[in-house]
Ligand binder design. Structure first.
Ligand SMILES: Cc1cc2nc3c(=O)[nH]c(=O)nc-3n(C[C@H](O)[C@H](O)[C@H](O)COP(=O)(O)OP(=O)(O)OC[C@H]3O[C@@H](n4cnc5c(N)ncnc54)[C@H](O)[C@@H]3O)c2cc1C
Length: 674
């Protein structure tokens, strides 16, 4: 394998682009249900639309067999409230999660997760994914139900999170798609939505795409279209050297295409102003270093002298046994996942009384202070050998062997290098003491300017009980939808959206594509390959990230947000319209930059529209410092109409207000399509 030095010093020829280049070559296809994004939500949507008899197309920039944030696996399946061992009802769990997020959550999405994610898991089992302890490897373990052989994480009493062997989840979904005759377009990035008459706000009738290897152009007609392309990553941070491309929580290839194309088509979004901190590449691979959080409660931490760090329940009562770390406190019905603090509490940094209700056991919260006083000496270590046998094997085996980011870099590599969890401890990184109060020890305190779109509960498309967006013919699932998400939400909402889109497609009129809209999109897509020089995608990306850091960073105000928007307008007119691409890969990355420009603008518009700070949205306005005043306790919505940004709002719980039925159960029964 040559690198640039070989080319220069030895005169090796630079490798040629390995695929035929076919810019402008035109392909057309049609489906009843067109799915953009073949990740978790997209695959479940495709399977369920196909089961309803629809002709289905899935389009993905990567290869569906491994693409997306769960491409490398999943080890825990959240909020499976209808599993036979769970003691919490879907309604109770939905209410608890929404309360824990201060009402800033989409109840439709959450309820569908609580109600259907176990069914989605059963679908996966049918596809060949192991979701039980079939080999009786963990017989007798506290986290195993002897009758069903299901295994649980977090709250062992209430049993709502299932441990799964999901390293091969995507290959199993991919196989199911093939079996059902779903047509898959791998390596084709969706670039825009097509609307009736080419009008913003009109019914969506399909999408355009670009083959990222050959450069060919695609036109897809769809009676119904489902967006499942997740959220933008790397919007504030672009760093090619630290931990991949500088993303933390999701597939770094996600640019937010679903955001940008639905915005251009005129769909409504909300909560875009929410953001969270992003360690920007300085974190270690989670669970590759000593850590007691997330699904690792059983892992006792000791200091450099072997002194044990105490665990406490939500009331500060010291827990004597490992088993107690998996149980609610006396008087507490159940706790929510998150390692002591909920993810939102961690991201928000400020304790809030609401969290007390569902706070999980945790390391003693005065640990930073006690490290400072010298009571505990750094570094800390995860005492794997000291754990109960079943727990150790569940963590360094079942979980690390299946969780996305740990299978190869931690489980395989450490094992090959001789790491033995029966004998070896894992060192935690040496951070400032305050860092040991956060849920995952692999994360250092990040710089406040480095942010990510809110993922605990963040912005996305406004949807109704059909998971339909505000545009006719356009549905959404997974991270793409307003509110928080994880693997099982994506699976459950994909499942539901697939059914609903197929149902709509059955009676929908044939989609008619507007040729002018196609021509305009084609010109936009190929402009960078027509230039021989100008600005490359990396420089463009770095510039966009810088604008986001400076003008839409930790603190915001009208004047600087408006400057940020002005910067983006300038960049569009100058740098972006001078961007060049030398091959289809660079073209894809350049188009991703255009997408990020739009996503950044959307976030700035939403941030301008909220004239108040918000604790819950992690949103600080210098010019409106009061956090969450009563009159701002509502969702701000934004959309594009005739090129202008329209701001609106929706009340909390908009999904339970008239004309809908007043309860989750009734709404679900009326709409779910089962
Ligand atoms: C390392 C890691 C471990 C995780 N572990 C867990 C876990 O154990 N439990 C859990 O609940 N959650 C976990 N998550 C979160 C979970 O993976 C995500 O919440 C889930 O994948 C979201 O599903 P989605 O379908 O919305 O998005 P994704 O699965 O990310 O799918 C999005 C798809 O859209 C495609 N796409 C993007 N842009 C375009 C475009 N322009 N055209 C066509 N296609 C496009 C992408 O290629 C991708 O396939 C983990 C995430 C990571 C990164």
């Amino acid at each position: 394998m040559s690198d640039w030095l070989d080319f220069v010093q030895k005169g090796d020829p630079a490798p040629e682009w390995p695929y035929p280049i076919r810019y402008e070559v035109h392909n057309e296809d049609s489906a009843d249900v067109l799915i953009l994004g073949g990740g978790i939500a997209g695959c479940h949507a495709a399977i369920n639309a196909a089961k309803k008899g629809a002709k289905v197309i899935v389009v993905d920039t990567g290869a569906v067999i491994r693409s997306g944030s769960s491409g490398t696996g999943v080890d825990h399946w959240q909020l499976a409230c209808t599993n036979p061992c769970c003691k919490i009802s879907p309604e109770e769990m939905t209410d608890a999660v929404i309360e824990n997020l201060g009402q800033w959550e989409c109840g439709i999405k959450r309820y569908i997760q609580c109600r259907e994610s176990y069914d989605a898991l059963m679908d996966c089992e049918e596809m060949g994914v192991q979701v039980r302890d079939v080999e009786d490897e963990f017989k007798g373990a506290e986290f195993r139900d002897e009758k069903t052989k299901l295994m649980f994480a977090y709250d062992y009493e209430n049993r709502y999170t299932v441990r799964v062997c999901g390293a091969k989840m995507k290959p199993a979904l991919h196989k199911a798609l093939k079996k059902l005759g779903v047509k898959i377009y791998n390596r084709v990035m969706a670039t825009s939505l097509l609307t009736e008459g080419g009008r913003q706000g009109a019914r969506v009738v399909g999408a355009t795409g670009l083959n990222v290897r050959t450069g060919e152009f695609h036109i897809f007609r769809g009676k119904a279209t489902i967006l499942a392309m997740s959220i933008p990553t790397r919007l504030w941070v672009f760093n090619m050297e630290l931990r991949g491309l500088g993303n933390t929580n999701f597939d770094p290839n996600l640019a937010g295409a679903g955001y940008a194309m639905a915005w251009d088509a005129g769909a409504e979004f909300s909560m875009l102003e929410a953001s969270t901190l992003n360690p920007g590449g300085f974190m270690y691979t989670p669970y590759g270093v000593g850590n007691p959080h997330n699904t690792w409660y059983a892992c006792t931490m000791v200091d450099a002298n072997g002194k044990e760090i105490p665990w406490v329940d939500r009331d500060g009562r010291v827990l004597e046994t490992v088993s107690e770390r998996y149980r609610p406190a006396p008087g507490q019905k159940f706790f929510l996942l998150g390692g002591g603090v909920s993810a939102s509490e961690w991201s928000l940094k400020i304790p809030h009384p609401i969290f007390h209700k569902t706070r999980s056991p945790n390391l003693t919260p005065d640990l930073p202070e006690r490290i400072r006083k010298g009571e505990f000496i750094l570094p800390l270590y995860a005492d794997l050998p000291g754990m109960p046998e079943h727990e150790r094997r569940a963590i360094f085996g079942l979980m690390v062997g299946n969780e996305g980011n740990t299978r190869v870099p931690v489980y395989d590599l450490y094992t090959q290098a001789g790491f033995d969890p029966d004998k070896d401890m894992l060192q935690a990184p040496v951070w400032p003491p305050e860092a040991y109060n956060i849920p995952i020890f692999s994360v250092p305190p990040p710089p406040p300017l480095w942010r990510d779109v809110g993922f605990c509960s963040g912005g996305g498309l406004v949807i109704d009980w059909d998971l339909r967006t505000t545009l006719e013919g356009l549905y959404a699932a997974g991270m793409q939808v307003l509110g928080g998400s994880d693997h099982s939400t994506a699976a459950a909402t994909g499942r539901y959206a697939g059914r609903k889109a197929a149902e709509y497609a059955r009676t929908a009129r044939d989609p008619v594509v507007d040729l002018n809209q196609v021509r305009t999109e084609k010109a936009r897509v190929y402009a960078p390959v027509k230039r021989k020089d100008g600005i490359g995608w990396k420089e463009l990306h770095a510039g966009i990230a810088r604008i986001m850091q400076l003008y839409c960073g930790e603190t915001k105000q009208d004047s600087t947000l408006k400057m940020g928007l002005q910067w983006f307008r300038d960049i569009r007119e100058s740098e972006a319209s001078n961007a060049y691409a030398r091959n289809p890969h660079e073209l894809m990355r350049t188009l991703d930059c255009f997408t990020r420009l739009t996503a950044g603008e959307m976030i700035m518009h939403a941030s301008l529209a909220r004239k108040a700070s918000s604790f819950w949205l992690n949103f600080t306005r210098l010019d409106y410092p009061e956090a969450d005043p009563e009159e701002w306790n509502r969702f701000v919505t934004v959309r594009l109409q005739d090129g202008d940004v329209r701001v609106g709002d929706l009340p909390f719980n908009y999904w339970l207000l008239p004309p809908n039925a007043p309860t989750y159960e009734e709404n679900y029964a009326r709409h779910c399509g089962l």
